[in-house]
Write a protein that binds this ligand. Structure first.
Ligand code: 5RP
Length: 237
């Protein structure tokens, strides 16, 4: 059958394909963004029967999940999760991701890191040969943010990115504030040839709370294409 799925249909198809990986009794992390929203909407009618415990990666997702009748637990109480299903801004080789377009990168990473498995759901435009076209979100504390932003630009240059244009999300007059009360600096790197090196350098900057490079966290990606869903797997999984 010939399909011609729109971008939103691709997101929905990927989200629905992820339902297959949700098993009864699972402790499940719910991602943030429009694709993750499709997942929460598809999951909600099945959740009670599956006896799931869910944890959200943002206030926005928690509100949606509750509105749809799900009980959202605190990760402090649940501690470990079996699976997290979340979207991505870019999916690079080895399932290295850029995340944080929706501003939830810190909680998304905490939840993904507490999960035995992370499955990414996305439309095909997210799959890239090299990360960097999508500006890399970096969550930073407000104190001396100008200083932190300069150091992020320096880290991008030192790790070989072809560009390091920085922007405070929301602008200086009305900066975007994360669920944890921080700012986000977006780094337009254009290319990120060495994500591990950049991640390492960013983690050494005192004002950086977290960054949107997700390395060794996702083990499977379900990608919606105009013709249906494609699975990207890691060789050792
Ligand atoms: C939010 C994210 C999202 O997963 C990412 O922005 C993708 O969003 P969408 O599913 O709307 O394309 O990282 O912080």
């Amino acid at each position: 059958m010939i399909k011609n799925l729109t971008v939103d249909d691709q997101k929905r198809a990927a989200a629905e394909a992820a339902l297959e990986y949700v098993k009864p009794g699972m402790r499940l992390g719910l991602g943030t963004g429009s694709t993750a929203e499709h997942f929460v909407r598809a999951l909600a009618p099945r959740a009670a029967k599956l006896k799931l415990t869910t944890v959200a990666t943002s206030e926005r997702t928690a509100a949606l999940a509750r509105e749809l009748g799900l009980t959202v637990s605190d990760l402090n109480d649940v501690r470990r999760l079996d699976l997290t299903v979340d979207g991505a801004d870019e999916i690079g080789p080895g399932l290295v991701l850029t995340k944080g377009g929706g501003g939830a990168l810190l909680r998304e990473k905490i939840v993904a890191a507490a999960s035995d498995r992370m499955i990414v759901i996305a439309d095909e435009a997210k799959v890239v040969d090299m990360l960097g076209r999508f500006p890399l979100p970096v969550e930073i504390v407000r104190f001396a943010w100008h200083v932190t932003v300069e150091r992020i630009a320096d880290a991008a240059a030192r790790s070989g990115c072809s560009q390091n244009l920085m922007r405070l999300r929301g602008g200086e007059a009305h900066p975007f504030t994360t669920d944890s009360g921080n700012y986000i600096a977006d780094c337009a790197a254009e290319t990120i040839p060495d994500p591990e090196r950049l991640a390492h350098l960013l983690e050494g900057i005192p004002g950086v709370v977290g960054h949107g490079l997700f390395i060794s966290l996702a083990s499977l990606a379900l990608v919606g294409t105009p013709g249906g869903v494609t699975v990207l797997d890691l060789p050792h999984h």
